[in-house]
Design a protein around this ligand. Structure first.
Ligand code: ZN
Ligand code: ZN
Length: 288
């Protein structure tokens, strides 16, 4: 297929391993069809899709960059700061330990929410049983929402969150944050580069940057699907000033709503990609 633009590398996508619609191999096939040469898969807080993606990438000849998007934050800030790890070794013990901890925390947090729901006189006996029998403690807040819908307590997912599970609602339990500096450290331990994801989406960017600018970042995601040309210029300049690389990607989650048509249309040109590779080499990080 002939490409309509000159996007060479998309370093930010999601598969069904987190909240994307395409399986890792479908995602690789789509990237191939759209004419991308390099694709980064950066599922939220998991690397479980990467093994399948590597097998698919070998067959299509697309270069797969192993990645992850960590939700980090700190006390006093409601929304999380997303930290992209690219070119990581997904088998790194430090990374695995962090992900296991996060999974356990999600699980115990959700269990506390089940307790709170039971205090509200909702019948959650069967839900609790599902949690107790869940292998590997994989259940979390979405499973509670689904149960509430199944039992007819709410009409849909959204209502479950709006009535019970969101911040300020009766069954909400606050989450323990992974600090961004810890996220960066673990990405480094896994041999990857740590990148500030989509800074243009951060409404209080000035405050956030003040707090994080002295951390050992490697890059900023300057070329992002929802960045205006002005944002791109501004963040690419900020990266240069701080001797950081600029990465780029679509944040593709599958073909729906505002996320459709993103794959193949956002990211880095070949020139920008090789610029990234050589800047990383200068810093002593081998990624090519
Ligand atoms: Zn994000
Ligand atoms: Zn993302």
């Amino acid at each position: 297929m002939k490409k309509q633009n000159n996007i060479f590398a998309d370093l930010h996508t999601h598969s069904t391993a987190s909240d994307g619609l395409l399986s890792p191999s479908q995602l690789i096939e789509s990237a191939h069809e759209k004419g991308l040469s390099v694709i980064g898969i950066t599922d939220h807080d998991t690397v479980s899709g990467l093994a399948e993606a590597h097998r698919a990438a070998e067959q299509t000849g697309v270069r797969l960059v192993s990645g992850i998007e960590l939700s980090c934050g700190w006390q006093g800030r409601d929304t999380s700061v997303h930290v992209l790890g690219l070119y990581i070794n997904e088998e790194s013990p430090a990374l695995q330990e962090l992900l296991d901890d996060q999974r356990d925390q999600r699980y115990y947090r959700a269990l506390k929410m089940v307790d709170l729901l039971s205090g509200l006189d909702l019948d959650v006996a069967e839900l609790r049983q599902r949690f107790e029998q869940a292998p590997e403690k994989v259940l979390g807040r979405p499973h509670i929402a689904r149960y509430l819908q199944e039992r007819g307590y709410v009409k849909d997912f959204q209502e479950a969150f709006e009535r019970y599970l969101s911040r300020g609602k009766p069954a909400y339990v606050a989450k323990d944050h992974v600090l961004p500096e810890v996220g960066i450290e673990i990405i480094h331990a896994a041999g990857g580069i740590a990148v500030v994801a989509h800074p243009g989406l951060t409404s209080d960017w000035g405050d956030v940057w003040n707090r994080i600018s002295r951390m050992p970042w490697d890059g900023i995601e300057s070329y992002y699907s929802e960045h205006s040309p002005r944002d791109v210029k501004r963040f690419a300049e900020l990266a240069r000033q701080h001797n950081l690389v600029s990465t780029g990607g679509s944040d593709y989650h599958g073909e729906y709503g505002k996320h459709s048509d993103r794959l193949g249309n956002y990211g880095l040109t070949q020139e920008l990609y090789y610029d990234l590779v050589s800047k990383c080499a200068e810093k002593g990080i081998k990624i090519a």
